[in-house]
Design a protein around this ligand. Sequence first.
Ligand code: A3P
Ligand code: MG
Length: 422
Amino acid sequence: MDQHRSHNPNSSYQNPQSAYRRHRDAGGRNHCENKRSRPNQQQQHHHHHQSGPAPNLSTRKELYERDFPVYKQPVEIGCFSLDSERRFFNDGRQMRYYVEPERNPNFDLRDGYKDRYIKRDGNVKEKLDHILRWILANKSKLCSKGAAASPCALDFDFVTWRGHLTKLLTTPYEMREGWLLAVTRFKGTLYISEVETEAARREQENRTERHEEMMYWGYKFEQYTCADDVHSLPDPGGVVNTNEAFCTVVQTRLADHRLLFSGEVDCRDKDPKAPAPPACYVELKTSAEICTPKQRSNFHRFKLLKWWAQSFLPGVPRVVAGFKDDEGVVVNVDTFPISKISQLIKNEHNCWKPTVCMNFCCDFLSFVKQIAIEDHPSVVYLFSSEPRRDVTFSVHRDSQYSFLPHWFVEEMSSRPDAHHQP
Ligand code: A3P
Ligand code: MG
């Protein structure tokens, strides 16, 4: 386990190209804890075995241009559903089936925005709760055998949402948005949960009506192309309810990081002979119609990066894209196999590289393992990224950032058969 490795960054990392580097402590900051201040006012921390300033993690893409790391084929180990009221079910009841549209379907994505749209409450921060519920519902098959009487320890280094990993993959290329990731080590496993940045909160508050409507368009495209049952057809006259979700839970390994993560899946191939999940899954996207070489280039450089990262992680093999005009009408539909995307972008000068994305993610996870040493459910190591800056971190005890709920901590701390005792 990591806890037994050397805590000295100079001896734990053999890789000569390692992107860790000692924080250039220009501000002459001290290293004491500061529980009350906000993240951007937080002091830098170093953990207890180090002397000198804490290391930060560089986001410069040049540092990650090495061989592609080992990334094991993701395996689906379960799934769950969230219903129209956002209630959790440990099953696939919200699975939908892909119905291939015409190439030029003229879907009107604006239809129903005013009268057939139930929007999920974005103010409810669910953090990792649904994944944690899934873990408890599947506790017996997840907990390491070994010591049968000992409380549950998971055979995973990291538990998180796929979306958080997507943000990590694209970080070396992200020039607009930063992120905050809260990390808690509990029974040896590192839980990673996002914290909304101040900038994201402001942007959400100041969204224009046009932007609000455009967010609906993506879900409306899903409604035009998905059926609720294998033998039924899409129902464009129905209500779009964004509380509903089907999520896959996958297991994989990135270099020496054993990962468990979950991500929402739009739909699956309805052919009974289709391969097993996640290979039968289809990701649906919309994007602005491409009319000029500049638009094509931007699509390759920015859109395809996000699409590739999101689907590559859980092993979803294809994206079906609806290209829409300014009036929200889908004028054509195209399929992008994930395995072909790196070919598609090869002609683009100075474009993104999959290996940079994966190596950065891998090094970030190593960085987290090295920093987040204290194993306690209410201790949060808060990692912060801003475009063109190193990743920094701060430590918080029993703060607003603690995210593992009591019901999870208690159930994971009880003996496996505790409920059956008299
Ligand atoms: P598009 O993908 O067509 O943009 P996902 O593709 O990840 O399954 O998300 C489905 C839809 O949710 C998106 O459709 C978009 O309409 C909406 N959506 C998700 N994240 C969003 C964000 N950060 N900003 C705006 N819309 C978002
Ligand atoms: Mg989608």
